[in-house]
Ligand binder design. Structure first.
Ligand code: ZN
Length: 434
């Protein structure tokens, strides 16, 4: 059997299509039958396995890693009230592996024609990128060119180059409008960051965070007779009905002043009544920067939310910076050095100082990209590409970094051995990461 290696960010369905074609199988159904028979012959009495597990085995990856790197599950299951302790693709989450693990994140199949051409030059075939399937994404962040799409997800069965001529181009006025809209850009950056997460976030603390912020806007946080301004109307004002039409169609036609549960409900529901995209849209409407929004979503300790976030506490700035640098820019670890002060207050001070949070696995790459940009003087695009960080995420970090951030970063990387960029540049990818 031919077992091709999946490409970086290659979408599950596209990879499966490639496996089927390269092995000369007729269609997905027959291919699945062949795989199951092979498995049954090799492992006597083996139980039937979900498709994602069989495909991950062909790719030479664990089901978890395949789910985290090649499906849109990290976005679709990014915020949940169910089994939040389980990583995406975990074997214990059997129902999910059988049912939703390989679902599409938006109708149709999206590709960047420039990526297709680069792919063919580089490796002789093109592949479908997972990042380009984010709902509401109109442009390839690498080529800045408008995406094309095919209106059926069955298109993933073929290489994307097959649709170079027949794919429908997203009208350029929509691309331009999305490009200059800060709320849409914040949402897209959040969605890309969620695709890189290995586990979901719990919905309950997020609902509380969003509610705290919504109260400051004077928004109505409970259903019933509408007496105050609504989050759904704020979203319409910030995102525009035209863009929303493709992402939350019913919101795009909602009359002003009418409660719209999939969006307004994110402020009070403690279980998932809405999908992750709705939470990301809400956070992007309520917060002014990507960092503030991500901070609110990731700040998952309910205890922290119980204290007033207006409370002012005296923390020595130098002491705070020293601790921050010593922990490698980890908010949580920094806060542990100030046991007498609420975690939440420490985090807010760090944010006000323009020092980004580098805690968590997905943030290591971001830190390396920041070092490449600030200390190695590489370009923003190069730094983002080499460390696999969405360009918008790095741009947002740079935009929100305080003027002393580069100095603090230098302290963090002071021994000179952590010249990440030089260590890795021989592996510099020459193709678009989508
Ligand atoms: Zn591209």
């Amino acid at each position: 059997m031919i077992r091709p290696s999946p490409q970086t960010d290659e979408l599950d369905r596209g990879y499966w299509g490639r496996v089927i074609r390269w092995n000369g199988w007729d269609n997905a159904r027959n291919a699945l039958g062949i795989l199951r028979r092979q498995k049954a012959n090799a492992e006597l009495g083996s139980r039937q396995e979900p498709l994602i597990k069989l495909i991950a085995e062909i790719a030479g990856l664990s089901t978890e890693v395949f789910a985290q790197q090649h499906t849109t599950l990290p976005l679709r299951r990014g915020i949940t009230s169910y089994q939040t302790d389980l990583q995406h693709g975990a074997a214990e989450n059997t129902d999910m592996l059988w049912t939703t693990s390989m679902r599409v994140s938006r109708p149709g199949a999206y590709f960047c024609p420039d990526c297709v051409i680069t792919d063919i030059d580089r490796q002789g075939y093109s592949y479908w990128r997972r990042t380009l399937q984010i709902p509401g994404l109109y442009q390839c962040s690498h080529h800045r060119s408008g995406l094309h799409y095919v209106d059926t997800s069955a298109a993933f069965d073929q290489d994307s180059e097959f649709y170079l001529k027949s794919g429908i181009q997203i009208p350029s006025h929509l691309c331009t409008a999305a490009q200059v809209n800060p709320a849409i850009q914040r949402y897209l950056t959040l969605a890309q960051a969620f695709l890189l997460r290995s586990e979901p976030l719990a919905v309950r603390p997020i609902a509380l965070q969003l509610k705290n912020c919504a109260k400051e806007f004077g928004l109505q946080c409970n259903p019933g007779k509408v007496k105050q301004a609504l989050l759904s109307d704020l979203v319409i004002a910030k995102f525009g009905r035209e863009w929303l039409h493709a992402v939350v169609p019913k919101l795009a036609v909602k009359p002003e002043g009418e409660w719209f549960n999939p969006i307004d409900g994110v402020l009070y529901c403690q279980t998932n009544s809405s999908n992750t995209v709705a939470y990301l849209i809400a956070a992007s409407a309520l917060f002014e920067t990507f960092d503030q929004a991500m901070f609110a979503l990731e700040n998952n300790s309910e205890a922290e939310l119980m204290v007033s976030h207006r409370k002012s506490v005296n923390i020595s700035k130098n002491e705070l910076i020293k601790r921050y640098a010593a922990t490698g820019g980890d908010y949580r670890a920094t806060a542990e050095h100030f046991p007498q002060i609420n975690d939440f207050v420490v985090r807010q001070r760090l944010q006000t100082l323009g020092l980004p949070n580098f805690s968590g696995r997905s943030h290591l790459n971001l830190q390396q990209a920041a070092i490449a940009f600030y200390l190695e003087e590489k370009s923003l695009i190069e730094s983002a590409m080499v460390f696999g960080v969405p360009l918008q995420q790095l741009e947002s970090l740079v935009r929100n970094a305080g003027c002393g951030f580069a100095k603090v970063l230098a302290i963090m990387a002071q021994d000179g051995e952590r010249r990440y960029f030089n260590k890795t540049q021989q592996n510099l990818p020459t193709v678009c990461l989508g």
